[in-house]
Design a protein around this ligand. Structure first.
Ligand code: OAD
Length: 250
């Protein structure tokens, strides 16, 4: 991989510093250096598992045990990992910049563990649970799936992880906040996402249409790459600390 020029980091840092509103939108790639697998890469989750059997509302209705088993496995995996330098750099950006909105498709809670207090969670959070029938929320850690006993709500409905599955709407307040942020930002950074899952994938287009400067951080080319003003072809755990360092040097 070629090294990114220092000028690009400086150019991003200058844009960040002069922006009234900075929006960062993250995907699974941001957590890869923490040990959380991505979805669509060659070694990603969707190369081993079928999304229609696991991350799908009909699959849960058909076979809730199977879906719970998979989410409990992912929960256990995530509970053992830690945020990486990319996550921590985003916490620094939040403190260094004027107005900063962090939007994520990730459900792993690592941005919050790193220290970002306000995160727009487009696809929910694997730590939380809710009733599939009445939508009542359950405290983190209060619900654990065990083989042969499906957790149930007082209303009789099945309790499930509070994540968004294919075939479901995104949380209304999260998507609205994300939309407004994309429309109003001066610079939009798309980090660690293949940018193919809608409506999240629409956000950088909204930002660009509204005049924002578009940056992508991803070791690979994505469908978004042709639209970007700067593409940083490095891991986010490497690139983001460099951006923070460039910002502090200004
Ligand atoms: P994908 O697996 O589709 O894409 C991950 C992206 O991260 C790829 O483009 C990689 O090149 C990039 N990547 C890998 N390592 C990286 C690193 N160290 N730094 C930066 N980028 C890196 O994951 P998402 O785009 O997040 O939804 O997937 C979006 C949604 O699809 C997920 O939220 C999930 C999934 O199905 C649901 O389950 C509803």
């Amino acid at each position: 991989m070629r090294e990114q020029s220092r000028d690009q980091y400086q150019a991003i840092a200058e844009r960040l510093l002069s922006a009234n509103h900075v929006v960062v939108s993250t995907g699974a790639g941001v957590s890869k250096e923490s040990g959380v697998p991505t979805f669509r890469e060659a070694d990603g989750l969707w190369s081993k598992f079928r999304p229609e059997e696991l991350a799908n509302v009909d699959a849960f209705i058909r076979n809730p045990e199977r879906v719970w088993e998979w989410y409990q496995w992912r929960r256990d995996l995530i509970s053992k990992v830690k945020p990486n330098p990319g996550h921590y750099a985003l916490v620094e950006l939040d403190t260094l910049l004027n107005r900063f909105t962090l939007i994520t498709q990730n459900v792993d809670n690592l941005h919050q563990v790193a220290g970002n207090e306000y995160v727009v969670e487009l696809h929910g959070n694997i730590q939380r649970n809710k009733c599939h029938k009445c939508s009542k929320f359950f405290e983190e850690g209060s619900i654990v799936f065990e083989q042969g006993s499906l957790p149930k709500c007082d209303c009789g409905g099945l309790i499930r992880p509070d994540v968004v599955w294919f075939g479901e709407m995104l949380p209304e307040d999260a998507i609205q906040t994300a939309w407004i942020a994309a429309e109003s930002c001066d610079i939009f950074l798309s980090i660690g996402t293949s940018a193919v899952v809608y409506p999240a994938a629409q956000l950088p287009y909204i930002a660009k249409d509204a005049g924002a400067f578009l940056v992508e951080i991803n070791p690979e080319v994505t469908e978004l790459s042709p639209l970007t003003d700067i593409s940083i072809r490095e891991a986010s755990g490497v690139a983001l600390p460099k951006i923070v360092a460039a910002l502090k040097d200004l």
